[in-house]
Design a protein around this ligand. Sequence first.
Ligand code: ZN
Length: 198
Amino acid sequence: MNQDGIYCDPDCPICNSSHRETAEKIWRDGDPYDKARADKVVSHLSGFGEKYSREVVLNHCASHLGAGTMELRKLEYIRKLCDMASVRLTTLDRLEFVMSAVSERLLAAGAISATSGMSEFEAEALRSKLTNQLARTSSSLFSLHAQLEREMEEEGQIIKINRDVMKRAFDKAISESKNERERELINSLLGEMGGSQL
Ligand SMILES: [Zn+2]
């Protein structure tokens, strides 16, 4: 492509002709069903002393005419896709980060135990309260996550998002949980998220 965004094949004499523009105009203005359409371009150019065969003209008009605009449009489209994807990816990344933070907090909440000044009853009440809060937070995060992924799919995004990232985060949390109580908490949270298909 030259600096004007017009496609230019170095081996095509018409691409490199100084009468390219007028020759292409004759082609564009011509009737697509007119068999003499290419001949009109040939005779136009021969008027300037440029003698090209019908085949050369046809090849140029079929392969090079308007190719620049097409290339530019393609580039523009790809650029837009990349912009969109990077924004979405960042959003998803952040969301995934927050979600794993929530699962960590959940482990911590499960580990709350009765200490001096706190009875086992009070500790259990605190655990339940925190777990419910975290479960609610996670639930909305999960649906936000799923929604973002759906939007990306619908827009035909070419960049693949690992939809198992959060599942793995929770699996890891389960495998690292220190006792039955922690596993229970994580499993119940996963159960609440059944609707989010993760
Ligand atoms: Zn050409």
